[in-house]
Design a protein around this ligand. Structure first.
Ligand SMILES: [Zn+2]
Length: 447
């Protein structure tokens, strides 16, 4: 029964006189007033004649309303619905397909069992998935990007006449340059978050300046950074964050800059300051690994100058288990327990320099092992003569502990000749980008 019929039934029930004539059409001017009454309006305008005295001639005609449902049904066989969803943490294939509007056990079965299609089961959260379904929820196609180690591919699963097929095609990647700047108010990560800098880029920033800045203890409120990095895009989707091409960091009033320069005809490269001098020094400023996790509490406890002779090291307060890195390339000279040092690792860096890392909870390096700068050799603890978890770090020159901040350690070689010439072109472009990011940023560095 249509709504219109129901209304007429209701009116007829209240107004039996109308029932007989419901198939006739209202034609008189009076009928307008009548229908008002008929629809239950108790208050009739005072000047209107009494409705019960009116000659009732109601003509009702069934109007042919278009049957929309039938029209929609007739369109359905060709209807395609396109949906896009993001993978959620802990998502199952069933849940993902459900959100995409797919009601298709056959398709789900194919995805679970096909070697190529199975990749859809292992997407990381945030990945976008597009699907086309028909009106019954049958899967026509589903597609997503797959990030390989070296490339990005597009996986497409399609319904063909003979069943489903999955194929992977190389995705066209477009590299863009992103520029960001920020100011430190509470922590580095709070600032990089605010500037929408991905963590992978923030960690590169830390790494680039790790010979100059101890990010756990040297940062000051008001420090600023500018950063230029690569991102790779496909179909409007950022698929990968690439290398930092240039960065500047103003720490406690001093500006540090870094420009990536790839050696011509080689995959190697490194970071240089605007003059072409290598940025990375032989030693890291801090042996503690800096991360989003450790950044909150790691801090340096400087030796009190008057006590240097007795102490001969720098204490870094940090939580038990914080990774400890070798501050330079070298060979492990000692790894074991030694009196007040507790669990200690000593790394030799050539004939003159060595470094010691004491009070470890656990050692993860062996004597005689070659270690690279930044390699984890153990974890913070409180073994030996120690009152709480911390790292006691010694920098030794000819086996004599010295204050590393007072020692000038050699840099990697600077660029020269044709390389320097080429570098200056790159540096000039980056300097210009920095100027755009922050008009006053590089005045300290510019000469
Ligand atoms: Zn100490």
């Amino acid at each position: 029964m249509s709504l219109r019929t129901k209304l007429l039934e209701a009116v007829a029930a209240r107004w039996p006189a109308l029932r007989a004539s419901r198939k006739t059409r209202v034609f008189s001017g009076m009928a307008a007033g009548l229908s008002l009454v008929a629809f239950g309006a108790a208050g009739v305008a005072p000047m209107a004649p009494d409705a019960s005295d009116l000659p009732v001639t109601l003509v009702v005609e069934e109007l042919a309303l278009p049957d929309l449902a039938a029209q929609i049904d007739s369109l359905r066989p060709n209807a395609r619905y396109v949906a896009e969803e993001r993978v959620r943490p802990g998502d199952s294939l069933a849940a993902l397909l459900d959100r995409l509007g797919v009601r298709d056990a056959e398709a789900a079965g194919f995805i679970r069992n096909d070697a190529a299609a199975r990749a859809l089961l292992n997407l990381r959260p945030g990945r976008r998935v597009q699907a086309t379904v028909d009106a019954e929820g049958r899967l026509l196609s589903v597609s997503t990007l797959l990030e390989g180690k070296d490339d990005v591919k597009r996986l497409t699963i399609e319904r063909l006449a003979e069943g489903f097929a999955a194929r992977e095609l190389p995705a066209a990647i477009d590299t863009r340059m992103e520029m960001r700047s920020g100011e430190i108010r509470s922590s580095l990560f709070a600032a990089t978050d605010a500037a929408q800098v991905p963590d992978a880029v923030a960690m590169q920033l830390v790494d680039i300046f790790s010979s100059e800045i101890d990010f756990a203890s040297d940062l000051r409120k008001g420090d600023r950074f500018q950063i230029v990095y690569e991102t790779q895009w496909q179909d409007g989707e950022a698929v990968r964050t690439g290398r930092v091409l240039a960065a500047a960091f103003q720490n406690a009033g001093k500006t540090y800059e870094a420009i990536w320069f790839g050696k011509p005809g080689s995959s190697e490269g490194g970071y240089y300051d605007l003059d072409g001098s290598a940025l990375k020094k032989a030693f890291l400023k801090s042996p503690l690994e800096f991360s989003r996790v450790t950044s909150g509490f790691a801090m340096r406890v400087h030796p009190i100058s008057g006590q240097w002779k007795q102490h001969k090291g720098i204490d870094f307060a940090a939580a038990t288990g914080t990774p400890i890195r070798s501050t330079a390339d070298g060979v492990v000279d000692f790894a074991g327990s030694q009196g007040g040092y507790g669990n200690v690792v000593v790394v030799r860096h050539g004939p003159v320099y060595s470094t010691a890392y004491a009070h470890m909870s656990r050692i993860s390096a062996r004597r005689g092992e070659k270690v690279a700068q930044g390699q984890v050799i153990g974890f913070v603890g409180t073994s030996g003569w120690s009152t709480g978890p911390h790292l006691h770090y010694e920098f030794r020159v000819n086996n004599d502990a010295r204050d590393p901040n007072a020692i000038v350690v050699p840099h990697a070689p600077a660029l020269a000749g044709a390389e320097l010439h080429q570098f200056r072109t790159v540096a000039g472009d980056m300097r210009h980008r920095f100027t755009l990011l922050s008009p006053n940023a590089l005045q300290v560095a510019s000469r």
